[in-house]
Write a protein of this length. Structure first.
Length: 351
Protein backbone atom coordinates (compact mmCIF):
# COMPACT_ATOMS: atom_id res chain seq x y z
CA UNK A 1 0.00 0.00 0.00
CA UNK A 2 1.44 3.41 -0.84
CA UNK A 3 2.43 5.35 2.26
CA UNK A 4 1.54 8.77 0.86
CA UNK A 5 -1.56 10.73 1.66
CA UNK A 6 -2.66 11.22 -1.92
CA UNK A 7 -6.42 11.41 -2.19
CA UNK A 8 -7.97 8.20 -3.44
CA UNK A 9 -10.35 8.96 -6.24
CA UNK A 10 -11.00 5.47 -7.50
CA UNK A 11 -12.85 2.75 -5.62
CA UNK A 12 -10.75 1.80 -2.57
CA UNK A 13 -8.75 -1.42 -2.87
CA UNK A 14 -10.58 -4.55 -1.84
CA UNK A 15 -14.09 -3.19 -2.20
CA UNK A 16 -16.54 -5.95 -2.93
CA UNK A 17 -18.95 -4.65 -5.57
CA UNK A 18 -22.59 -5.33 -4.87
CA UNK A 19 -22.32 -5.60 -1.11
CA UNK A 20 -24.71 -3.54 0.97
CA UNK A 21 -23.05 -0.81 3.06
CA UNK A 22 -21.50 -2.23 6.21
CA UNK A 23 -21.93 -5.87 5.22
CA UNK A 24 -18.17 -6.37 4.87
CA UNK A 25 -17.71 -5.20 8.47
CA UNK A 26 -20.63 -7.12 9.97
CA UNK A 27 -18.98 -10.60 9.99
CA UNK A 28 -15.90 -9.18 11.74
CA UNK A 29 -18.06 -7.43 14.31
CA UNK A 30 -19.97 -10.64 15.03
CA UNK A 31 -16.74 -12.59 15.51
CA UNK A 32 -15.22 -9.98 17.79
CA UNK A 33 -18.39 -9.73 19.85
CA UNK A 34 -18.79 -13.50 20.12
CA UNK A 35 -15.29 -13.80 21.57
CA UNK A 36 -16.09 -11.25 24.27
CA UNK A 37 -13.56 -8.71 23.02
CA UNK A 38 -16.01 -5.83 23.46
CA UNK A 39 -16.70 -6.77 27.09
CA UNK A 40 -15.42 -4.30 29.69
CA UNK A 41 -12.23 -5.03 31.66
CA UNK A 42 -13.02 -3.09 34.83
CA UNK A 43 -10.52 -5.01 36.93
CA UNK A 44 -7.70 -4.35 34.47
CA UNK A 45 -8.49 -0.65 34.39
CA UNK A 46 -8.89 -0.43 38.16
CA UNK A 47 -5.39 -1.86 38.55
CA UNK A 48 -3.95 0.41 35.82
CA UNK A 49 -5.54 3.53 37.32
CA UNK A 50 -4.38 2.62 40.82
CA UNK A 51 -0.80 1.95 39.72
CA UNK A 52 -0.68 5.18 37.75
CA UNK A 53 -2.04 7.17 40.68
CA UNK A 54 0.57 5.57 42.93
CA UNK A 55 3.34 6.43 40.48
CA UNK A 56 2.20 10.06 40.24
CA UNK A 57 1.97 10.34 44.02
CA UNK A 58 5.45 8.87 44.39
CA UNK A 59 6.95 11.39 41.97
CA UNK A 60 5.18 14.31 43.67
CA UNK A 61 6.33 13.09 47.08
CA UNK A 62 9.86 12.83 45.72
CA UNK A 63 9.77 16.47 44.58
CA UNK A 64 8.62 17.57 48.05
CA UNK A 65 11.22 15.46 49.88
CA UNK A 66 14.15 16.46 47.65
CA UNK A 67 13.19 20.08 48.01
CA UNK A 68 15.09 23.00 46.56
CA UNK A 69 17.73 21.07 44.67
CA UNK A 70 18.58 20.64 41.00
CA UNK A 71 18.37 16.90 41.66
CA UNK A 72 14.58 17.32 41.70
CA UNK A 73 14.73 17.90 37.94
CA UNK A 74 15.55 14.21 37.52
CA UNK A 75 11.94 13.53 38.47
CA UNK A 76 10.56 15.71 35.68
CA UNK A 77 11.01 13.02 32.97
CA UNK A 78 9.29 10.48 35.23
CA UNK A 79 6.40 12.87 35.79
CA UNK A 80 6.15 13.36 32.01
CA UNK A 81 6.09 9.59 31.49
CA UNK A 82 3.26 9.04 33.96
CA UNK A 83 1.43 12.14 32.75
CA UNK A 84 1.25 10.44 29.36
CA UNK A 85 -0.14 7.31 31.04
CA UNK A 86 -2.74 9.57 32.64
CA UNK A 87 -3.66 10.97 29.22
CA UNK A 88 -4.07 7.44 27.86
CA UNK A 89 -6.51 6.62 30.66
CA UNK A 90 -8.49 9.77 29.90
CA UNK A 91 -8.50 8.77 26.23
CA UNK A 92 -9.88 5.34 27.06
CA UNK A 93 -12.54 6.85 29.31
CA UNK A 94 -13.67 9.09 26.46
CA UNK A 95 -14.20 6.04 24.27
CA UNK A 96 -16.25 4.21 26.95
CA UNK A 97 -13.58 1.52 27.14
CA UNK A 98 -13.49 1.58 30.94
CA UNK A 99 -17.20 1.67 31.73
CA UNK A 100 -20.44 1.75 29.79
CA UNK A 101 -21.90 4.30 32.21
CA UNK A 102 -21.46 7.72 30.64
CA UNK A 103 -21.49 9.62 33.95
CA UNK A 104 -18.77 7.45 35.49
CA UNK A 105 -16.69 7.64 32.33
CA UNK A 106 -16.95 11.43 32.40
CA UNK A 107 -15.81 11.55 36.03
CA UNK A 108 -12.78 9.40 35.19
CA UNK A 109 -12.05 11.62 32.18
CA UNK A 110 -12.40 14.84 34.19
CA UNK A 111 -10.06 13.57 36.90
CA UNK A 112 -7.39 12.33 34.50
CA UNK A 113 -7.76 15.16 32.00
CA UNK A 114 -8.74 18.37 33.75
CA UNK A 115 -7.56 17.79 37.30
CA UNK A 116 -4.36 15.79 36.81
CA UNK A 117 -3.22 17.24 33.47
CA UNK A 118 -4.94 20.61 33.10
CA UNK A 119 -6.35 19.35 29.80
CA UNK A 120 -10.05 19.79 29.00
CA UNK A 121 -11.82 16.43 28.78
CA UNK A 122 -14.80 17.93 26.92
CA UNK A 123 -12.60 19.66 24.35
CA UNK A 124 -10.48 16.58 23.74
CA UNK A 125 -13.47 14.25 23.54
CA UNK A 126 -15.30 16.42 21.01
CA UNK A 127 -12.23 16.85 18.82
CA UNK A 128 -11.16 13.21 19.05
CA UNK A 129 -14.61 11.80 18.26
CA UNK A 130 -14.77 13.95 15.12
CA UNK A 131 -11.37 12.54 14.14
CA UNK A 132 -12.62 8.98 14.64
CA UNK A 133 -15.70 9.58 12.53
CA UNK A 134 -13.68 10.75 9.52
CA UNK A 135 -9.96 10.00 9.95
CA UNK A 136 -7.64 11.86 7.56
CA UNK A 137 -10.59 13.58 5.85
CA UNK A 138 -9.29 17.03 4.99
CA UNK A 139 -12.68 18.71 5.57
CA UNK A 140 -13.92 16.74 8.57
CA UNK A 141 -10.94 15.52 10.61
CA UNK A 142 -9.73 18.26 12.98
CA UNK A 143 -6.34 16.54 13.18
CA UNK A 144 -5.52 17.33 9.53
CA UNK A 145 -7.00 20.79 9.12
CA UNK A 146 -4.57 23.54 8.18
CA UNK A 147 -2.73 24.62 11.32
CA UNK A 148 0.94 24.70 12.30
CA UNK A 149 1.45 21.59 10.14
CA UNK A 150 -0.22 20.76 6.84
CA UNK A 151 -0.70 17.40 5.16
CA UNK A 152 -1.62 18.03 1.53
CA UNK A 153 -0.13 19.96 -1.35
CA UNK A 154 -3.30 22.08 -1.57
CA UNK A 155 -2.87 23.19 2.04
CA UNK A 156 0.82 23.94 1.43
CA UNK A 157 0.17 26.17 -1.58
CA UNK A 158 -2.00 28.52 0.49
CA UNK A 159 0.66 29.17 3.13
CA UNK A 160 2.17 32.64 3.36
CA UNK A 161 4.82 34.36 5.44
CA UNK A 162 6.14 32.54 8.49
CA UNK A 163 3.69 29.66 8.06
CA UNK A 164 5.09 29.09 4.57
CA UNK A 165 8.56 28.77 6.09
CA UNK A 166 7.15 26.33 8.67
CA UNK A 167 5.67 24.16 5.93
CA UNK A 168 8.94 24.12 3.99
CA UNK A 169 10.70 22.78 7.07
CA UNK A 170 7.89 20.94 8.85
CA UNK A 171 9.49 17.49 8.64
CA UNK A 172 12.55 18.79 10.52
CA UNK A 173 10.46 20.81 12.94
CA UNK A 174 7.88 18.15 13.81
CA UNK A 175 9.48 16.68 16.91
CA UNK A 176 10.79 20.03 18.22
CA UNK A 177 7.25 21.40 17.86
CA UNK A 178 5.81 18.53 19.90
CA UNK A 179 7.80 19.89 22.85
CA UNK A 180 5.14 22.62 22.98
CA UNK A 181 2.20 20.23 22.70
CA UNK A 182 1.70 19.86 26.46
CA UNK A 183 1.21 23.60 26.87
CA UNK A 184 -0.87 23.85 23.67
CA UNK A 185 -3.31 21.22 24.96
CA UNK A 186 -3.86 23.26 28.12
CA UNK A 187 -4.37 26.45 26.12
CA UNK A 188 -6.94 24.84 23.82
CA UNK A 189 -8.82 23.50 26.84
CA UNK A 190 -9.24 26.92 28.40
CA UNK A 191 -10.09 28.39 25.00
CA UNK A 192 -12.84 25.80 24.49
CA UNK A 193 -14.68 26.79 27.68
CA UNK A 194 -16.56 29.43 25.68
CA UNK A 195 -18.15 26.67 23.55
CA UNK A 196 -19.38 24.58 26.46
CA UNK A 197 -22.78 24.66 28.13
CA UNK A 198 -22.85 26.63 31.43
CA UNK A 199 -22.95 23.63 33.77
CA UNK A 200 -20.24 21.75 31.86
CA UNK A 201 -18.16 24.93 31.66
CA UNK A 202 -18.33 25.47 35.42
CA UNK A 203 -17.09 21.96 36.25
CA UNK A 204 -14.41 21.97 33.56
CA UNK A 205 -13.14 25.43 34.51
CA UNK A 206 -13.04 24.63 38.23
CA UNK A 207 -10.94 21.51 37.67
CA UNK A 208 -8.62 23.21 35.16
CA UNK A 209 -7.95 26.06 37.59
CA UNK A 210 -7.50 23.55 40.44
CA UNK A 211 -4.81 21.81 38.39
CA UNK A 212 -2.94 25.03 37.66
CA UNK A 213 -3.08 26.12 41.31
CA UNK A 214 -1.97 22.71 42.65
CA UNK A 215 0.83 22.36 40.07
CA UNK A 216 2.15 25.86 40.73
CA UNK A 217 1.89 25.41 44.50
CA UNK A 218 3.85 22.15 44.37
CA UNK A 219 6.70 23.73 42.43
CA UNK A 220 6.96 27.13 44.11
CA UNK A 221 6.79 25.67 47.63
CA UNK A 222 9.35 22.97 46.89
CA UNK A 223 11.77 24.75 44.55
CA UNK A 224 13.21 28.19 43.96
CA UNK A 225 11.57 30.18 41.12
CA UNK A 226 14.36 29.31 38.66
CA UNK A 227 14.31 25.62 39.49
CA UNK A 228 10.50 25.58 39.42
CA UNK A 229 10.48 27.07 35.91
CA UNK A 230 13.15 24.60 34.77
CA UNK A 231 11.18 21.65 36.21
CA UNK A 232 7.95 22.79 34.54
CA UNK A 233 9.73 23.33 31.21
CA UNK A 234 11.30 19.86 31.22
CA UNK A 235 8.11 18.17 32.39
CA UNK A 236 5.80 19.86 29.88
CA UNK A 237 8.24 19.50 26.97
CA UNK A 238 8.78 15.78 27.52
CA UNK A 239 5.07 15.23 28.11
CA UNK A 240 4.29 16.85 24.75
CA UNK A 241 7.06 14.89 23.04
CA UNK A 242 5.74 11.62 24.45
CA UNK A 243 2.23 12.32 23.21
CA UNK A 244 3.60 13.33 19.82
CA UNK A 245 5.55 10.09 19.61
CA UNK A 246 2.41 8.13 20.49
CA UNK A 247 0.06 9.84 18.02
CA UNK A 248 2.39 10.62 15.08
CA UNK A 249 2.62 7.05 13.66
CA UNK A 250 -1.12 6.46 13.60
CA UNK A 251 -2.34 8.29 10.48
CA UNK A 252 0.31 10.63 9.10
CA UNK A 253 1.35 9.54 5.63
CA UNK A 254 -1.63 7.22 5.23
CA UNK A 255 -4.44 7.44 2.68
CA UNK A 256 -6.64 10.55 2.70
CA UNK A 257 -10.17 10.23 1.29
CA UNK A 258 -11.06 12.51 -1.59
CA UNK A 259 -13.71 14.91 -0.21
CA UNK A 260 -15.40 14.94 -3.62
CA UNK A 261 -14.95 11.24 -4.32
CA UNK A 262 -16.87 8.09 -3.51
CA UNK A 263 -17.81 7.55 0.11
CA UNK A 264 -15.83 4.76 1.76
CA UNK A 265 -17.36 2.04 3.92
CA UNK A 266 -16.60 2.01 7.64
CA UNK A 267 -14.10 -0.81 7.22
CA UNK A 268 -12.21 0.90 4.40
CA UNK A 269 -12.33 4.31 6.03
CA UNK A 270 -10.77 3.10 9.26
CA UNK A 271 -8.29 0.55 7.90
CA UNK A 272 -6.90 2.47 4.93
CA UNK A 273 -6.24 5.62 6.96
CA UNK A 274 -4.57 3.90 9.93
CA UNK A 275 -1.21 2.30 10.59
CA UNK A 276 -0.29 -0.28 13.24
CA UNK A 277 3.06 -0.46 15.03
CA UNK A 278 4.69 -3.81 15.65
CA UNK A 279 6.10 -4.44 19.10
CA UNK A 280 5.70 -6.27 22.35
CA UNK A 281 4.72 -5.43 25.92
CA UNK A 282 6.98 -2.39 26.18
CA UNK A 283 5.64 -0.91 22.93
CA UNK A 284 2.05 -1.51 24.08
CA UNK A 285 2.80 0.26 27.37
CA UNK A 286 4.76 3.17 25.89
CA UNK A 287 2.15 3.88 23.21
CA UNK A 288 -0.85 3.25 25.44
CA UNK A 289 -2.25 0.58 23.12
CA UNK A 290 -2.48 3.09 20.27
CA UNK A 291 -0.03 0.94 18.32
CA UNK A 292 -3.12 -1.18 17.51
CA UNK A 293 -4.57 1.83 15.72
CA UNK A 294 -6.52 -0.11 13.10
CA UNK A 295 -8.30 -2.22 15.70
CA UNK A 296 -8.89 0.84 17.89
CA UNK A 297 -10.50 2.73 15.02
CA UNK A 298 -12.70 -0.18 14.01
CA UNK A 299 -13.78 -0.78 17.62
CA UNK A 300 -13.28 2.46 19.62
CA UNK A 301 -14.99 1.10 22.74
CA UNK A 302 -12.87 -2.06 22.83
CA UNK A 303 -10.84 -2.19 26.08
CA UNK A 304 -7.15 -1.59 25.55
CA UNK A 305 -5.98 -5.11 26.61
CA UNK A 306 -8.28 -6.68 23.99
CA UNK A 307 -6.87 -4.80 21.01
CA UNK A 308 -3.95 -7.17 20.54
CA UNK A 309 -6.35 -10.12 20.77
CA UNK A 310 -8.50 -8.65 18.02
CA UNK A 311 -5.55 -7.97 15.73
CA UNK A 312 -5.27 -11.47 14.16
CA UNK A 313 -9.01 -11.46 13.46
CA UNK A 314 -8.89 -8.03 11.82
CA UNK A 315 -5.78 -8.82 9.80
CA UNK A 316 -7.26 -12.08 8.50
CA UNK A 317 -10.54 -10.37 7.61
CA UNK A 318 -8.74 -7.65 5.68
CA UNK A 319 -6.65 -10.25 3.87
CA UNK A 320 -9.79 -12.16 2.89
CA UNK A 321 -11.32 -8.99 1.42
CA UNK A 322 -8.09 -7.84 -0.20
CA UNK A 323 -7.89 -4.67 1.91
CA UNK A 324 -4.30 -3.51 2.61
CA UNK A 325 -3.42 -3.76 6.31
CA UNK A 326 -0.57 -1.37 7.18
CA UNK A 327 1.82 -2.43 9.93
CA UNK A 328 5.43 -1.46 10.50
CA UNK A 329 8.06 -0.92 13.19
CA UNK A 330 8.12 2.15 15.42
CA UNK A 331 11.16 3.78 13.86
CA UNK A 332 9.91 3.11 10.33
CA UNK A 333 6.52 4.62 11.21
CA UNK A 334 8.23 7.89 12.10
CA UNK A 335 10.23 7.71 8.90
CA UNK A 336 7.06 7.29 6.84
CA UNK A 337 5.24 10.12 8.63
CA UNK A 338 8.18 12.51 8.35
CA UNK A 339 8.74 11.57 4.71
CA UNK A 340 5.16 12.52 3.92
CA UNK A 341 5.50 15.88 5.66
CA UNK A 342 8.78 16.42 3.82
CA UNK A 343 7.15 15.69 0.46
CA UNK A 344 4.25 18.06 1.19
CA UNK A 345 6.71 20.88 1.83
CA UNK A 346 8.98 20.04 -1.12
CA UNK A 347 7.32 22.32 -3.74
CA UNK A 348 7.83 25.29 -1.43
CA UNK A 349 11.53 24.49 -1.02
CA UNK A 350 11.93 24.52 -4.80
CA UNK A 351 10.85 28.17 -5.03
Amino acid sequence: MPQTAAAVTEHPPGTIVGQTPGSEFAPLLRTVRSQGLLDRRRGWYAFAISMNALALATVVTGVVLIGNSWWALLLAPLLALFSARTAFIGHDAGHSQITGTKAIGRVIGLIHGNLLLGMSYAWWNDKHNRHHANPNHIDKDPDVVTDVLVFTGEQARDRVGFRRWLTRNQAWLFFPLTLLEGVALKFHGFQDLRRQAPRERAVEALLLVAHVVAYATLLVTSLSPGKALAFAAVHQALFGLHLGMAFAPNHKGMEMPDPDGERWSHLHRQVLTSRNIRGAVLTDWFLGGLNYQIEHHLFPSMPRPHLKLAQPLVRAHCQELGIPYAETGLVDSYRQALRHMYEVGEPLRAE
